[in-house]
Structures are given as structure tokens and as C-alpha cells.
Design a protein around this ligand. Structure first.
Ligand code: TYM
Length: 370
């Protein structure tokens, strides 16, 4: 079996998502759960297509919701650079959850995490990226009345008591077993997971009663939330509910889209020319020659361009199937797919960048301050 690694700080290799679910001990978001959600709205394509594919305790939280117990949402961003399409995938879904369930959302920006974990990134730069990333979050259309964004270093006054109570329940040996820390790890890294746990409890704390919390995010974040969930009952909070998505791949295939390979990563601030160049070099499932592809067809299952359509840029199931069928039977060549995907991404980015510009005047409407 091919080797792969998924941790909050490293993703490499071709990920076997079923295997990963077994390894982490999470459950599949099966048809039964998707049907339950369809009582509230037509399920988002990321649910229908198994992109948001795994969970912890979702059924239980829906049971309680049905009995009149609301929940709040929590997600986050580690500001180590500009935002790319991989980051906004779970945020688009989170916004959908906010709209459907009319839920409050706490959005943590972990400038502390990125300062601690990333060589050469100073705190000022992490904060600068934080405010750049916040523009992307606002541009996605979250409800300003119900969305509360905060930077760890700025909102620490409220987070610290929760992080402390969490930290007291986590031994060094647990942190080492979950995150693989070494003697050379700095001690801030070892404490950090309690900072990522704190917002899972903040809605309960601010609301004055234990309330369920759902965290939609990439499955790479599960190690943190295993710890959060273990600690929660000791602090008098419900175990945090998780909804996990698969990771948007790099344009060159394999690992997740990541800022460490900028030429295989589409940023929300890219120009149309940059996007065209990057998509032009994407890994496809095309045959070695046009003749062979016309004759035998291509393979959408290994094609990054197709993956980008299905994860984000072709929400219409019928149109997606048409692309797939035409590729398989040789009617459609890679050039056409790349051109269509480039157009779709550039169309999305044009609108996103306009909203991002307007977001500059709205930041304070979203910030949770002391
Ligand atoms: P960060 O900044 O690495 O990622 C932000 C969110 O994007 C997801 N993500 C991806 N999703 C799909 N495809 C990708 N290629 C991809 N790359 C990243 C991440 O899973 C995450 O949901 N420690 C966190 C910040 C954080 C957080 C949280 C995240 C704090 N609290 C609560 C989720 C939920 C981090 O550095 O995320």
C-alpha cells in the first residue's frame, strides 16, 4: 500500500481516505446522515459527493438539534501566508452550514501557532497574513451578525482561561503520542493544542450554558480535536462534533494544495494569467497522444483538473457527469478541460477579489474584541 502522512503540519503522499478514517477512528458521513441533513436543505454538493466525508458525533448532535438544542460552529485558519483554494473549500461549506442552521460561527486565526511552528515567520508577519486571510473569509459572505473572528494574540484574555483548563488535562506523554513532539520541539508548540481547543468551548462559555459545537474542517486537523474531545467532559462541555473534508490536491497531484509549492497552488489573489499558467501545467489523466486519447479515452480518476471541477468548480452533478463521460469516451481532450477550468476559476476569482476589496471596510463588523 502507498505510504502517506496526514498531520496538522504535514500532508504527503497519495492519501487513502478510507484508510485514514480507520487510522483516526472517525466515521463515514453516510447516505443516512446526508438524508437527515436534507430535511433542512438540499445537501451541499460537497456532502452529496463525499468531499465532506467523515465525522465524529454528527448523528448525536442532529438528534439533539431536532429536540430543540441549537449548536454553534467553529473553524479556523493558521495565517502562514496568503489564502489558497484549499483553505476556502471548508469555509464555503461552513458558510452553507451557517445559512442552513442559522448558527453562530467562531473563527479562530492562530497567529501564535504559525509563529511557533514556522521557521522564519515573525509574529508581526503572521498578524499581517491574518488580516489578509480575514478579507478572504469576509468575501465568502458570512453573516456579520453571527460570525466572530479573532486572532489568538488579540483575544487571548478570553481564550487563556479555557486553554489553561484544557492544558491541565493534557499530559506531555499524550501530546507526544498525538503530535510526535521531540526533545527539540519548543515548549510553545507543546502548549499550542490547548489554544486550538479553547474556541470549541467559547460559545458555551459566552452563552452561559453547555452548547454543542460543530467544527467543519479538513481531516488534517483531527489530531487536535481528538484531544479537545477527550478533555471536554472534564470541563463540563459536550464533546466537540466534527465534520471533515478531504483535501484539495496540489495541481501536480498527490499531496494537498500547499503554499510550499506555489506553482501548484492557486491563491485567491492570483491574476488570470497566473491561473492560466498553473492550470496549463496541471496533472491530467490524458493519454500520451491525441490519437490514443480519441481512441481509448482519458482517466478522470487520476486527473487533477477533473478533481478541481468535482471539489469546487462544477456544482451541477449532471454537468460533472457529462465531463466525466466525454473524457472516458475520448470526445473531450485535456486542453478543453484546462481551458474551461481556467475560465471557471478566473470567473470565481474576479468576483471574489472584488468582494475581498470591499471587505477591507468591513473587518471590524466581524472581529470579536475584548
Ligand atoms: P490551515 O490554515 O492550515 O487551514 C485552514 C483550513 O483549511 C483546511 N485546509 C484544506 N482543506 C482542503 N484542502 C486543502 N488543500 C487544505 N489545506 C488546508 C484545513 O483543514 C483547515 O480547515 N491549525 C489550523 C487553524 C485552526 C483551525 C481551527 C482549523 C485553528 N482552529 C479549527 C480548523 C478548525 C490551521 O493551521 O489551518
Amino acid at each position: 500500500m502507498a505510504e502517506f502522512t496526514v498531520t496538522p503540519w504535514e500532508v504527503s503522499g497519495e492519501i487513502d481516505y478510507d484508510e485514514l478514517m480507520k487510522k483516526f477512528g472517525t466515521s463515514p458521513i453516510d447516505n443516512k446522515l446526508v438524508n437527515r441533513i436534507s430535511k433542512y436543505a438540499e445537501p451541499h454538493f460537497m456532502l452529496r459527493r463525499g468531499i465532506f466525508y467523515s465525522h465524529r458525533d454528527l448523528g448525536k448532535t442532529l438528534d439533539e438539534y431536532e429536540k430543540g438544542k441549537p449548536f454553534y460552529l467553529y473553524t479556523g485558519r493558521g495565517p502562514s501566508g496568503m489564502t489558497h483554494l484549499g483553505h476556502i473549500m471548508p469555509w464555503i461549506f461552513t458558510k452553507w452550514m451557517q445559512d442552513v442552521f442559522d448558527a453562530e460561527l467562531y473563527f479562530q486565526i492562530t497567529d501564535d501557532e504559525k509563529f511557533l511552528f514556522k521557521d522564519g515567520l515573525d509574529l508581526e508577519k503572521a498578524r499581517e497574513y491574518a488580516y489578509e486571510n480575514i478579507l478572504d473569509i469576509i468575501a465568502l459572505g458570512f453573516d456579520p451578525e453571527k460570525t466572530h473572528i479573532f486572532l489568538d494574540t488579540e483575544y487571548i484574555h478570553h481564550l487563556y482561561p479555557l486553554a489553561l483548563r484544557t492544558a491541565k488535562r493534557i499530559t506531555f506523554s499524550t501530546a507526544k503520542a498525538v503530535f510526535g513532539f521531540k526533545n527539540s520541539s519548543n515548549i510553545g508548540e507543546i502548549f499550542y493544542t490547548s489554544m486550538q481547543s479553547a474556541p470549541a468551548f467559547i460559545g458555551s462559555e459566552l452563552g452561559g450554558e453547555p452548547t454543542n459545537c460543530i467544527v467543519p474542517c479538513g481531516i488534517d486537523q483531527d489530531p487536535h480535536f481528538r484531544v479537545t474531545r477527550d478533555v471536554a467532559p472534564f470541563l463540563g462541555y459536550p464533546k466537540t462534533t466534527m465534520m471533515y473534508c478531504k483535501l484539495f490536491p496540489s495541481l501536480l497531484g498527490g499531496d494537498k494544495m500547499s503554499s510550499s509549492v506555489p506553482e501548484a497552488t492557486v491563491y485567491t489573489t492570483d491574476t488570470p494569467k497566473q491561473v492560466k499558467k498553473k492550470i496549463g501545467k496541471a496533472l491530467t489523466g490524458g493519454a500520451v497522444s491525441v490519437e490514443e486519447q480519441r481512441k481509448n479515452g482519458g482517466n478522470p480518476d487520476v486527473c487533477m483538473v477533473y478533481r478541481y471541477f468535482s471539489y469546487m468548480f462544477e456544482p451541477d452533478d449532471d454537468k460533472l457527469k457529462k465531463i466525466r463521460d466525454e473524457c472516458r469516451n475520448g470526445e473531450r481532450l485535456c486542453g478543453q478541460c484546462k481551458m474551461e477550468l481556467t475560465e471557471k476559476i478566473n470567473d470565481f476569482l474576479k468576483k471574489h477579489q472584488e468582494k475581498r476589496e470591499k471587505a477591507k471596510d468591513k473587518v471590524e463588523d466581524f472581529m470579536l474584541r475584548d
